[in-house]
Ligand binder design. Structure first.
Ligand code: FMN
Length: 134
């Protein structure tokens, strides 16, 4: 089989396919249907310093050319991600990327420091425009 491996920022991926953040949750649900090790990596659902419940429904709307979504970064917070999701993800033999979203540089730093103390493979900064991440 062809060698599709790629190196990004010193990290070796088996192939260049990375599940986009948010579309794949923290991988568990898709793992029931698909061998996650076939992916080059998973960019996890965006996480924040504290847990967020996200926006009220409806969060998704169909458009003539695709879809709009406004999930509102629903997530359990960085500490729960590290404790409950990361250990499972690290057993899936794929590159695990944490996607972090903050309101201030300090919040990004605090999350990055917490994650740097784990065996996460990479950290992706989510800097999409938002009024506030609380
Ligand atoms: C339901 C849904 C949830 C998403 N959640 C996140 C998220 O938590 N963090 C993030 O950085 N991007 C999130 N995204 C954006 C995707 O990661 C991706 O950037 C977007 O779908 C555009 O991909 P494309 O440029 O390949 O079309 C989300 C997208 C969708 C459709």
């Amino acid at each position: 089989m062809a060698d599709l491996s790629v190196k990004i920022a010193g990290m070796e991926f088996n192939n260049p396919l990375i599940a986009a953040s948010g579309t794949f949750g923290f991988g568990r649900e898709y793992g029931e249907f698909y061998p996650l090790e076939k992916l080059g990596g998973i960019s996890c659902k965006g996480i924040t310093l504290k847990r967020r419940d996200g926006n009220p429904v409806p969060r998704v709307a169909e458009t003539p050319s695709g879809m709009l979504n406004a999930v509102g970064l629903q997530n359990p917070g960085v500490d729960v991600f590290i404790k409950e999701d990361l250990p499972w993800l690290k057993q899936q033999n794929t590159v695990v990327i944490a996607n972090i979203a903050g309101n201030t540089p300090e919040e990004y730093c605090e999350m990055a420091e917490k994650l740097s103390d784990t065996d996460i493979d990479m950290i992706e900064m989510n800097i999409s425009d938002r009024k506030s991440v609380v």
